[in-house]
Design a protein around this ligand. Sequence first.
Ligand code: ADP
Ligand code: MG
Length: 401
Amino acid sequence: MLRFISIPNKFRIRQVRFIASKAIERPHSQAFYDDKITTFASKPVKPVTLKQLVRFGQPPLSNESLQACTEYARTELPVRLARRVRAFQSLPFIVGTNPYIKEIYSLYYDSFESLVKYASPNATGDDIEFTEKLKDFVERHSDNIPTLARGFLECKQYMNSQDMARFLDDMIQARIGIRLIAEQAIALMHQKDSKTGGYIGIIDTQIKPDQLIKQCADFVGELCEFNYGESPEVIIDGHIDTKFTYVPVHLEYILTELLKNSYRATVEHHKKMGRTTSLPPIQITISQGLEDISIRIRDQGNGISDDDLHKVFEYSYTTVSKAAEDAENDPSNIFRNITEMAMQSGVGGPLAGLGFGLPLARMYARYFGGSLTLVSMWGFGCDVFLKLRHIDDSMAEGLEI
Ligand code: ADP
Ligand code: MG
């Protein structure tokens, strides 16, 4: 004990980092890839503008632009993946030994290994083979956020919350960029042979937000019915004929998270008050401005108290366990399976429980220069304002991913 205390602080931190990287090292000798990771992680990231991503796929799609996009993915993804591997290796020892975190670390390590082979100009393997690898990569990483969230939930007491938030901010921000690059390369490879409507790769130039809202509301409605046995009605109004250019999977993600929160709050509050009237509707208003598209989601789920309001954008902040506790004392026991739901990641993920919905939705909104703001009227309900910038030619120039 005394010896430990006498070690100078600076040295102790280095020691802990070193052990952490050993703790999550693979079972086999990985010297070859470890060296490669060091080399690639030290290369600078080459940001691409969104406009460039669109330009890669501007019709008529030429072989040159397709090749430029694949080339960019081949060289850029290993650099970005190596940096993620390094970030995991710098986590504190005990955090690195958590099985969920270890699992995602291995996933990044394996993905680096599988894609780095295609990075050099004279690399073996053609573009079709590379695209197949990319598909596998995207698929394998599709569900890694809930796993990471679970890992960090278990490690809450071992890491200072600011360091954890910084790690997760960087990780998730980088993940969005990595997926955009990979998915654009995959989509353009397929675009070569088919008609794509308003799509340029994964960017849709004709998104109809009212339709996307309906789809997400149907999905969340089903989750809600499954979980609580009922779900509120959704009313969509405002500029319902709006069309704009955006990455639909991002918008879908944001809307689903916001709707899950509003549905849950509406049903839980209603039941808590013992009301027998029908559930109050969730009102969603679309507005098309010159530079922005705004979407307001208004619910009557009782809102959030001033004491809790500042915490809702923190990672892992959730009131689900509290709701589950209340449920234990509730004779109808309708809430009992929330925690169970939260711990599984069934189709479409759980309705709530990991505390990642709002921080992630806000990160997606901000990614292309938008914003997400939550206003609470404690005792009545919440308004969430989502503002997204049009991704048209003039705007997209300065946006780097
Ligand atoms: P989760 O839904 O997994 O709990 P979120 O980040 O989506 O995580 O939300 C964090 C918390 O913020 C929720 O647990 C809930 O207490 C509160 N919250 C979010 N949206 C609403 C809303 N519309 N009405 C009431 N409370 C909300
Ligand atoms: Mg949520």
